[in-house]
Design a binder for this molecule. Sequence first.
Ligand SMILES: Nc1ncnc2c1ncn2[C@@H]1O[C@H](COP(=O)(O)OP(=O)(O)O)[C@@H](O)[C@H]1O
Ligand SMILES: [Mg+2]
Length: 362
Amino acid sequence: MKKPEPRLLTGSSLAMGLREIQTGVFGDPANTGVVSRETSVPLPAATEAPAATEAPAAKKPGKGKNVLETMDDSSPLGRELASEAKRREKLSGKELPKPSSTRIMTISNQKGGVGKTTTTVNIAAALATAGLQVLVIDIDPQGNASTALNIDHHADVDSIYDVLIDDVPLGDVVARCPDVPNLICAPATIHLAGAEIELVSLVAREQRLRRAIDVYARERESKGEPRLDFVFIDCPPSLGLLTVNAFVAAQEVLIPIQCEYYALEGLSQLLKNIEMIQKHLNADLVVSTILLTMYDGRTNLAAQVAAEVREHFPQQVLKAVVPRSVRISEAPSYQQTVMTYDPSSSGALSYQEAAAEIASRS
Ligand SMILES: Nc1ncnc2c1ncn2[C@@H]1O[C@H](COP(=O)(O)OP(=O)(O)O)[C@@H](O)[C@H]1O
Ligand SMILES: [Mg+2]
């Protein structure tokens, strides 16, 4: 008997629901500064497949001899190395354009473990390393972004909690990331866990982050400090008041999507919430960017999910795809981003590509 084809998301009620609300939430790309691209981008698996497993040989050639020279590119590994080398060459020496005004992006997905924090810190580090001025605001009580950027966030540190609840100026809590130039971070401490409830009774509870960022931007200007090019807000995996504050403060939403079977599960809820925010609190908000993460090039499923997401959101999905990579997952335990932990890894390369694409869309 013929085995039935695995059914992905096409034709499901979820997919149809997404299609219905898509136009409203994403706005007109022509008006949002998002560069329109061809809709049928070839699948990464077929062309520049990000390495599912690390391929260290090309990055750390042995003494005297470049491994690439010895590689037979008729083999899959050889092809992979050659493609990585090409991608690296494309990026090298490329200057990233500064946006005409500060771009505030919130990284959201109410699912946990989809790569929000990893995406936030690595895109931020890639842009900052390229010379742009970047602020990361950690509003997840877990403080994972603060950890990855090596920023103190124990209970006694002044943090984004104090900004949101006690009106402490944002400028008083930001700290420099010790490993990446041009990168600063407003850390989250464990106190933030209670903030969802404390915010409820406060005046302008949805606008507090936005106001804090506005005041901070003016303060920097009056002090003659360089204008921020990017602000990234790392959200908790929920759609509570902290996430609402991020949606109100931002102009753009970046949604990381894991290349797994249930990739789009819950996405329609997220998009509905964004639509509500657009209606009532922030008409300028658009979902400008979707990044496919944890892509496992060895499975057909990952390629199918990627194709599915691209079909629904052709304008928003970045060409760059982040592979599932051990180096990416190891980096936070050394309080690092993969950009500093292993800049020559395929994970770092993908995040650099994604950052370059985001910058070019301004
Ligand atoms: N591309 C990747 N390859 C391998 N592991 C990853 C990758 N991206 C994220 N991870 C790991 O997956 C886990 C969840 O990622 P995280 O960014 O913390 O998700 P979220 O912020 O959405 O909860 C973390 O342990 C992280 O190190
Ligand atoms: Mg997180």
